[in-house]
Design a protein around this ligand. Sequence first.
Ligand SMILES: [Zn+2]
Length: 226
Amino acid sequence: MSARLVGLVGAAVLLLASAATVGDGAAVAPPIPAAFDAKSAYEVIRMDDAVTLVVSRGGKQGRVRLAGLIDPAPQSVQSCQAFAANLLAGELVALEFVEDKDTPERSAYVFRGPDGLFANVELIRAGYGAPSSDKHAHLALFRSYADRAQRLKKGLYADAAPPAGAAADTDDVTIAPGETVVYSTRTGQRYHKADCEHLKKSRKAIPLKEAKKRGLTPCNSCDPPK
Ligand SMILES: [Zn+2]
């Protein structure tokens, strides 16, 4: 099959998917495939940062920014750049330039050849890119995938620390499902119910059995299980 025909088949598949929904059903526009043509493709030399490609064509090098993506937070740049480099470095890409007056660099929708992968979306979908709020043709699609990545804890969202105080400090004890749990403090000789006022400074979950074994005695004010 010729490259041109592959491109056309790809376009047809994407047209069929035009009513596609993402995640919870937010209707989105389909990505527009750039019919992949190796002659007009750019070679990706490397990622210069998390959202900027160094590309080459006809012996000339230039930089191009992934349209619709913001710079990641400083602590995330390395992981985002590594993910983008895995997708794109050394590959041929088709570029669809996007009007963007806010940046001196040219921005583009980047389609990897020969599979037509929409790289801008892929970074967001996998949780290694965040959409900008600037208006562009695929803003709704980008946002929809960003929400989904967050919900499914993909990529960087997986590393997000649980909210502080969500879990009690369990020390070195194992708590079996269904086991009666009481709470002790770091230094006290009593054990308590979860909401006891004596647990304000420290709170460790501990099986009732273990509390007794350690010689802790029930608190007088909260009346924990005995
Ligand atoms: Zn108590």
